[in-house]
Design a protein around this ligand. Structure first.
Ligand code: NG1
Ligand code: MG
Length: 486
């Protein structure tokens, strides 16, 4: 007799805690995401191609009078609680010196109240359950920030339009001192069940749901976590935030090299990104009917290859002083212009050539990946065409952007030998998860082989549910939602 799935009349039947003695008014949820392709280019303003996964962050909320916010986190059945009170002076203090799970809620709460301009917010009793593995590169942080912002807006009866919730969540997560792009929050909030999301950021946020081609056997994606926790908040100054700074300096120098740095569109926009430079470069040209991104990327790639006086002269990278001198700025002015004052980085040299080559080539792979997904040419070998782009992305992340790690490289080569057509890191890298393109009818066998060759060998203590959370097949899930309870 299979165990009956229990049914409850109210959440309070599950958790007899003071937070849930009253049944909640609503539940806000926002999912994690896996980035299929387009890594470290959202903050360059270029398009990316993630999809929402089923694991998410759920927040059950009882709205109360007063301004106290009580949180209960039942992740892994440990009952952890935090509470704070709305402070008219700065909404809520965010302390990044200790890495506490409640910080993500406070970021979403603060961002939501700033965006809605609510000054006398309701009290909230919140029961939180996150199932996106933390530090796994599947955007557990953004799932938490987005659901917290959504819950705060709903508690105050002021849920903004989706795109405003995305912008709010992107700004809110930066309170954790990670200078992130907008991919994770946009995917979490705006995904449509059954489709991946082609996300463009400039000239404005624009999303296009894209279904994967109907192949036989079906296309499936398997996520495999290296279990190397990549805690961006800790490593940011030498990893994530450093890469953001390198691409920003490269964009400034590119604009100068192309003679368009003083045009208002480049001079006044903050921060300057590769995409802004590209759009301004073509602004006075007739691009009707041209695939601007492809033209731009191919032109830049050729230019970078030949422009030794530009980037190629110093493959080991440029110092702050050299960059500032090229741009006619003081080092301080340069630091401010690329927000390195707010998000400090630790590096002597910036590898502008390599980061640019990755960003341009990765953008072209995203454009091609979407075209292949939308192609109806019956002769297309979808698995090979899509898989090759994913493998090229991994090589570029490893060799040009230096954001892979030995465990990710090992996992990708094991996966390819176990039948993946395309294997790459997903998310920031330096640990976290990988994503693999596998025909549906080989998924079980693939997962078994990777469990044996990677997890049993390197992580024998990871068993049972933890192992099932470490490597799993996933399909495009739906985005954020609010469930109104009676
Ligand atoms: P992860 O590490 O999965 O949260 C981060 C950034 C994204 C994007 C990817 C790299 C945040 C919140 N997320 O994702 O914007 O830049 O790295 O493509 O910073
Ligand atoms: Mg994250």
């Amino acid at each position: 007799m299979s165990a009956q799935v229990p049914t409850y009349t109210a959440l309070s039947d599950i958790y007899s805690t003071d937070l849930l003695r009253h049944s909640p008014d609503f539940i806000a949820r926002s999912p994690g995401r896996v980035n299929i392709i387009g890594e470290h280019i959202d903050y360059c303003g270029f398009p990316v191609f993630p999809m929402a996964i089923v694991p998410d962050c759920l927040i059950a909320v009882k709205v109360t009078d007063g301004s106290a916010v009580k949180l209960a986190n039942i992740n892994g059945a440990k009952y952890l609680s935090r509470e704070f009170t709305y402070d008219p002076a700065d909404i809520v203090a965010i302390d990044n010196s200790t890495h506490d799970w409640a910080t993500y809620f406070k970021c979403g709460y603060k961002g939501a109240l700033e965006a809605t301009k609510i000054t006398n917010p309701k009290g909230m009793l919140c029961m939180i359950d996150g199932t996106v593995p933390a530090g796994s590169g599947l955007s557990s942080s953004s799932a938490f920030v987005c659901s917290s912002a959504l819950a705060t807006m709903r508690a105050n009866n002021n849920v903004l339009p989706q795109k405003d919730i995305v912008e709010t969540s992107v700004a809110a997560e930066r309170y954790c001192n990670v200078n992130g792009g907008g991919m994770d929050q946009c995917c979490s909030i705006m995904s449509k069940l059954g489709s991946a999301l082609f996300i463009e950021f400039h000239p404005e946020l624009n999303t296009t749901p894209v279904e994967f081609p109907k192949t036989n056997p079906q296309i499936a994606f398997v996520v495999a976590n290296t279990m190397v926790t990549s805690d961006k908040a800790v490593t940011a100054p030498v990893c994530y935030n450093l890469r953001v700074v390198e691409t920003r300096i490269a964009a400034l120098m590119l604009a100068k090299y192309l003679g368009i740095a003083d045009r208002p569109a480049c001079r006044d926009v903050d921060p300057l990104t590769f995409k802004v430079v590209m759009d301004e470069f073509f602004a006075d040209q007739d691009t009707a009917g041209k695939d601007v991104v492809r033209v731009w990327i191919e032109r830049l790639t050729a230019m970078l290859a030949s422009a030794t006086e530009f980037f190629g002269a110093q493959p080991e990278g440029y110092t702050r002083e050299e960059c500032a001198a090229y741009l006619g700025l003081s080092v301080d002015a340069l630091e401010k212009k690329i927000h390195a004052d707010r998000f400090p980085v630790r590096a002597d040299r910036f590898k502008l050539l390599q980061r640019s080559q990755h960003a341009y080539s990765e953008t072209l792979r995203v454009v091609k990946f979407r075209e292949i997904c939308e192609s109806t040419d019956a002769s297309t070998d979808y698995f090979k065409a899509l898989g090759d782009l994913m493998n090229q992305s991994q090589d570029s992340c490893r060799d040009l952007f230096n954001c892979s790690c030995p465990e990710l490289d090992e996992l990708c080569s094991i996966a390819r030998s176990a039948g993946s057509l395309g294997s790459r890191l997903t998310g920031a890298g330096w640990g976290g998860s990988s994503v693999h393109l596998v025909p549906q009818d080989r998924v079980e066998q693939f997962i078994m082989e990777v469990k044996e060759k990677y997890y049993a060998k390197n992580l024998p203590h990871v068993q049972g549910q933890d192992l099932d959370d470490a490597i799993f097949a996933t399909t495009p899930g739906s985005g954020a939602a609010i469930f109104e309870l009676e």
